[in-house]
Ligand binder design. Structure first.
Ligand code: NAP
Length: 450
């Protein structure tokens, strides 16, 4: 018997021929997450429900279904289960989900408090820092677990500026990109050998003696970076298909192939291969642009180009309007997504999604911000905009547009949460819940025949 209850007023989203079939009352599994997750979730739900109601006048409604992960899983399942199998199964079955941030232990400690993220060497009855009883043994990232178990191979991050958001660059409006980051392989595959162990020594001997490679120092920890043709091509295929569907001008393959030829360099080569073999009549490569079109982009085509990863960081700062969709490997994408979103105002407002074939989970991109737990204080913008991505994924564009309209108007009125307020002059500081309510108030409405 499942620990979550399926809403009676909802219906399952279907999937046929690579496309979702969305009922008017789709069941959407969600969990608010740890730390400040419940605060941002409450504000987000209010905003998304209001937008759907205003856009479709009751004809459409999301049937939210709470499932459990992180702290709430400990409360509903046995004491050490942070990612129950039935939570994974629910996302698979219902196909589209929304999630808040989760605590992820990072260091060499043994236990972690899921409320304040305190890292502990032993297991006290309650957390010495926040007094909560929700302490669990160190575990692997639940986020990574979800991505791997559901094969959510693309981490998708749209990055654009919202007028009025304080940010560190002079012309933030010039950056409007969508980053497709490969989500399953690269150094995140977790194939690492700890320095000093027997396994590490064996791998070291294999590399140096059998394969004839030089490792600079024998006291090295070792890691393996798998990059496959399958993993690279399905990610780049999704990025190109997205660019075509959304009439974006270009897809840039970002890699470090000048140094890592058989992993990052191969990623680039496999990218061009998939572009030329599967999208031949819809794309032009940068070389073809100059060789065959005199540098003038033919109408209706997507430009496929590639850039070295370190140069891309410079380019996004110096020539941001030359970039649109980016497709990259896991580690490059990790750095690049956070750097790009900082350019337009920070993680508090950056949305994200993890997408596979027929399953997608939309999520806040920041962490649990534990020092603000229960204070109704943090910016719910990231989860709200992830909800916008989710509405677009469902094909509910009118509701998505209303949320963006409400958010823009709220920021431009300088009624914002603490993180923006401290960087703006003359702004009014709102609580997390008040910010959500202000977005609803500023949405207006549209009459739409759905
Ligand atoms: P964090 O939770 O993202 O918070 C770092 C700082 O970023 C906060 O102290 C706050 O800055 C600012 N911030 C984050 N979210 C905000 C929001 N919604 N509104 C306004 N400001 C916000 O990073 P962390 O402290 O490194 O990580 C805490 C826990 O979250 C860790 O266990 C980590 O592993 C986990 N994490 C989870 C995810 C995920 O689930 N996707 C992602 C990243 C980290 P100020 O203090 O300056 O106000």
């Amino acid at each position: 018997m499942a620990k979550y209850s399926v809403p009676k007023n909802g219906a399952k989203i279907g999937y046929q021929n690579g496309k979702l079939t969305v009922p008017d009352n789709p069941i959407i599994p969600f969990f608010p997450g740890d730390g400040t997750g419940p605060d941002i979730w409450k504000a987000t739900k209010v905003v998304l429900d209001a937008a759907v109601e205003k856009a479709y006048k009751g004809k459409r409604k999301i049937a939210w279904m709470e499932v459990f992960a992180g702290l709430t899983a400990l409360q509903h399942y046995d004491k050490d289960t942070v990612l129950p199998e039935e939570t994974v199964a629910s996302f698979k079955e219902y196909r589209v989900g929304l999630k808040g941030p989760l605590t992820t232990p990072a260091g060499s400690f043994k236990f972690v408090c899921l409320v304040c993220a305190a890292e502990l060497m032993d297991r006290p009855a309650s957390c010495p820092k926040c007094k909560s009883e929700w302490i669990t043994p160190r575990f692997r990232s639940v986020n990574v677990g979800l991505r791997q178990k559901l094969d959510l191979y693309a981490c998708v991050r749209p990055v654009r500026w919202f007028k009025g958001v304080p940010c560190p660059v002079k012309a933030p409006e010039k950056l409007d990109i969508v980053i497709f980051r490969e989500n399953t392989e690269d150094i995140y595959a977790g194939i690492e050998f700890e320095q000093g162990t027997k396994e590490c020594r064996e791998v070291y001997d294999f590399i140096t003696q059998k394969m004839g490679k030089k490792v600079p120092f024998p006291d090295s920890g070792l890691g393996i970076k798998p990059i496959s043709k399958t993993g690279s091509q399905r990610l780049i295929r999704m990025a190109i298909a997205y660019a075509i569907a959304h009439q974006k001008p270009s897809v840039t393959i970002v890699h470090k192939g000048n140094i890592q030829k058989f992993t990052e360099g191969a990623f680039r080569d496999w990218g061009y291969e998939v572009a030329k073999t599967e999208f031949r009549d819809r794309i032009v490569t940068e070389a073809e642009l100059w060789d065959q079109h005199g540098g003038k982009m033919p109408a209706g085509k997507v430009l496929i180009k590639d850039r070295i990863a370190d140069q891309t960081f410079q380019q996004l700062l110096l020539r941001p309007d030359e970039y649109s969709v980016l497709a990259t490997t896991n580690l490059n994408g990790d750095y690049l997504s956070d750097a790009a979103v900082a350019q337009v105002g920070g993680l508090g407002i950056g949305p994200g999604a993890n997408i596979g074939d027929g399953v997608a989970i939309f999520e806040a991109t920041h962490g649990t911000a534990p020092k603000y737990t229960g204070k109704d204080m943090v910016n719910p913008g990231s989860l709200i905009l992830s909800g916008v991505m989710m509405l677009e994924h469902l094909g509910w564009q009118e509701a998505a547009d209303l949320v963006v309209k409400g958010l823009e108007a709220t920021i431009q009125a300088k009624t914002v949460t603490y993180d923006f307020e401290r960087q703006m002059t003359g702004a009014t500081k709102l609580k997390c819940s008040e910010f959500g309510a202000a977005i609803v108030k500023n949405m207006g409405s549209v009459a739409v025949a759905a």
